[in-house]
Each structure stands twice: as C-alpha cells, then as structure tokens.
Design a binder for this molecule. Structure first.
Ligand code: NAG
Ligand code: NAG
Length: 178
C-alpha cells in the first residue's frame, strides 16, 4: 500500500466550490466535458511544476473511463454518496460538479480541483496531511498515460469526470510519486 496512494482506493470526491442548486438554471446542451487536450495540458503543467515527465492521452484508458462513466449513468448513480471507483487496473480520480452559468465541471476544471490538494502533500516526508491522493496521482511518475470519461445527471446539470491513469502507481509506504 502506498502512503500517498491510499486515497486511490477511497471513494472520494472534490465538489464544486460553489454549489449551484440543480434547478432554476437554464438547460445546457451536453458539450465535450472531458476536453482531452486541455485536460492533458493541465496535468502536464502540474507535473512540470515538480519536474515530472508529461503524460500522453491514452485512447484505451479513455474508453475504459467512459465505459465506467456510462455504467454509472445507466445505473442512475447521481448522488455524491453514490461515488465509487471502478476497481479496475488503473489509478483513478473522480470529481463531480454542478454546471455553472459561465463555467462548469470539465476535465480541466476537475484537474484544477485535484490540484488544490497540493499543499497537503509534503514531499520531504512523503506524507499527506488531509487528502492528497488525487494530487499525488496527477504527479505520479509511474503513470505515463491518461484517459478520462464523463457523464451528466439531473437534466445535464451535474457533471461527473472520471480520469484513469496507466500504469497504476504501485509500491510501499516509501514509494514516492516523484
Ligand atoms: C495505453 O493503455 C494500455 C493499457 O490499458 C497500454 O497497454 C498501452 O501501452 C497504453 N499506451 C500508452 C501510450 O501509454
Ligand atoms: C520517480 O520518482 C522516484 C522518487 O524520486 C525516483 O526514484 C524514480 O527514479 C522516478 N522515476 C522516474 C521514471 O522518473
């Protein structure tokens, strides 16, 4: 078990900072919530900031993430308490957020939420104070490719983003993400 990796297996979510009520917003058309290029770019900025090599987009992994997202959507898994990891062979981060009038949850925005955990990770001791597993997955140098999927709930107003990372980081308590 990785010290930094424990939250890989926990069903954790970062919620939209400003939660907007589900009702009363104009209906939005589903758009490309994943935004592969931008999601990859945000990941790679975060990795570059700590000297970790960039990820590449992986269509196999993205198809896996989208397939998992489709299953959750079909099963009506829309409440935050429904959040589960896929239990597959990849590292995985999940986020959900309400569509905002001028902004919304998306691959890049989810990645920026996960980045908010960065201050919780102490590289000197390789320990997290509070949650930092989403951040350490982003910067894990054992992972070299990424794929994400998404689904929407509540009349398209709640967006879920699932990102999977290959290979899944493995190791023991001494294993560092970088
Ligand atoms: C994409 O992921 C698959 C495993 O799911 C792996 O076999 C393949 O090497 C990966 N490709 C890249 C470019 O990382
Ligand atoms: C990943 O980081 C660890 C810890 O600093 C280091 O020992 C290892 O060489 C790095 N691996 C790569 C592929 O950069």
């Amino acid at each position: 078990m990785l010290s930094f990796g424990e939250s890989f297996v926990l069903a954790l979510a970062l919620f939209s900072v400003i939660l907007t009520p589900a009702y009363g917003l104009p209906k939005v058309k589903p758009i490309d919530d994943v935004q592969p290029e931008q999601t990859l770019a945000v990941h790679n900025e975060i990795r570059a900031a700590v000297g970790v090599a960039p990820l590449v987009w992986n269509e196999t992994v993205a198809a896996y993430a989208q397939n998992f997202a489709n299953k959750l959507a079909k099963a009506g898994k829309c409440a935050y308490t429904d959040m589960r990891h896929s239990g597959g062979p990849y590292g995985e981060n999940i986020a959900a957020g309400w569509v905002q009038p001028e902004d919304q949850m998306s691959g890049p925005i989810a990645t920026k939420y996960w980045l908010t955990e960065k201050p919780n990770y102490d590289h000197a001791t390789n320990k997290c104070k509070d949650v930092c597993g989403h951040y350490t997955q982003i910067v894990a140098n054992q992972s070299f490719s990424l794929g994400c999927g998404s689904y929407r709930c509540h009349d398209n107003e709640l967006i879920w983003i699932v990102c999977d990372y290959y290979p899944m980081p493995v190791g023991d308590a001494n294993t560092r993400p970088y």
